[in-house]
Each structure stands twice: as C-alpha cells, then as structure tokens.
Design a protein around this ligand. Structure first.
Ligand code: GRF
Length: 216
C-alpha cells in the first residue's frame, strides 16, 4: 500500500495537529503528515510541526484576488508536497470548490459540535445557550456548504450546568484529540473511503465511529 500523505491546514494553536502528530508521526505508520500549512504566520501549530521536522508553509489569505485564487495557491503547495488527503484542523477560512475539486472526497474537517447541530462559529457557546446536556465533536467530509458534509466520526461529551465556555471547549477538545487521530489512522491503514459522499470505514471488532467521553 502506498503510504498516505496528509496535509494539515491550520490557523491557530494546533492542538488537533499535535494529536495527529502524536498518533502518526515518527511511529511505524503507513502514512505521514507531509506538510502543515497556515494562513497565519504566528500560528503556534507551525512550531509544533517544526519541532518534529514536518515541512511548513505560510500562505496568508491576504493579497489574493478571491477565495478561489487563494485556494488555487493552497492546492499548488499541497501538490508540491504530493499530498493526497487534506485535514482542516482549526483552519479559519471557508474553502471553495477550487480546493475541494483538487482533492475530491479527501478534504476533512473537525467541528466542535455534534453536527448537524451548531454549525458555524462559536459552536460551544451555541451549545451552552441552547441548554443541551450532550454535545461533542464531528469529523466530516468538507463540501461547499459550511459544516455540512457527511459525518466520518463523532465524539460526545456531557454539558454540566456549571460549565463555563472554557470548561466546555476543553472537554470537547479532549474528544477532538481522540477522534481526529482515529480517523487519520483509518486513512493511513486504507480503511476510510468516501465515494459520492458516502463514507465507508472498514471497522475492526469492537471499533465504532462514535466515541463517548466524560472529558477526563
Ligand atoms: C477546534 O475546536 C476545532 O474543532 C475547530 O477549531 C479548533 C481548533 O483548535 N475547528 P486547535 O487549533 O486544534 O487547538
């Protein structure tokens, strides 16, 4: 099997990137993170990548004629690193069909809610405001509609009455850091395939596409 070459797109802290690195970098794996690209020069995630010798690219979203022109530049960088799967991990840009059609059925995102609930920004605050007692995170295929593609994996966490926004963000992050590496591992092992929007995972015994965590 040809090793999977994963490109990770970030804008900030990169704690999900770190979880991906911890799972598949430098271990006996049939895949690797080939490049980390950020639209922000100061994204801390870039340091996480550099610390383990993963190539990094900074491509600011400013100064491009359109979102499509920006995405065409990103595609160029990803192709230069022979990427075949693209994982968005806190990449704060709306991606266009220019990027999606370059990697059909192979651009994934992680969203801090159980989609289709709480799409868009401030998903954790939306959950608190709504009064739900369970929320979580979703890894999904990226489609032109924001936070709308088919689900690949989900992790659920409780919401407690006294939760602050920070409490809930952290609890959701703990489950994000479990499900995104799990999906990356499926990719590396050739167990995830998506065709015409239909997600198929070759699950092993006792494995599931959903995970329940109390966040500790
Ligand atoms: C995460 O909550 C992720 O779900 C959302 O952006 C945040 C990124 O956090 N898309 P980090 O940069 O991975 O720490």
């Amino acid at each position: 099997m040809t090793p999977a070459r994963i490109g990770v797109l970030i804008s900030g802290s990169g704690s999900n990137l770190q979880a991906l690195i911890d799972r598949i970098h430098g271990v006996e794996s049939t895949g690797e993170i080939s490049v980390v690209l950020s639209n922000r020069r100061k994204a801390y995630g870039l340091e996480r990548a550099r610390a383990v010798g993963i190539p990094t690219v900074v491509e600011s979203h400013r100064g491009h004629a359109s979102r499509e022109a920006y995405d065409a530049k990103i595609v160029e960088h990803l192709r230069a690193h022979h990427v075949d799967w693209v994982l968005l991990a806190g990449f704060m840009r709306i991606v266009t069909p220019t990027l999606l059609s370059a990697f059909p059925n192979r651009v994934l995102n992680i969203h801090p809610a159980l989609l289709p609930s709480f799409k868009g920004l401030h998903a954790q605050q939306q959950a608190l405001d709504s009064g739900v007692s369970i929320t979580g995170a979703t890894v999904h295929l990226v489609t032109p509609e924001m936070d709308d593609g088919p689900t690949v994996a989900q992790g659920a966490v409780p919401v407690y009455p006294k939760d602050t926004l920070e409490d809930l963000k952290q609890r959701i992050l703990t489950v994000e850091h479990q499900i995104y590496p799990m999906v990356a591992q499926w990719i590396c092992e050739g167990r995830l395939s998506i065709h015409e929007g239909v997600v198929t995972v070759a699950l092993k015994a006792n494995e599931s596409r959903s995970l329940f965590s109390n966040g500790h």
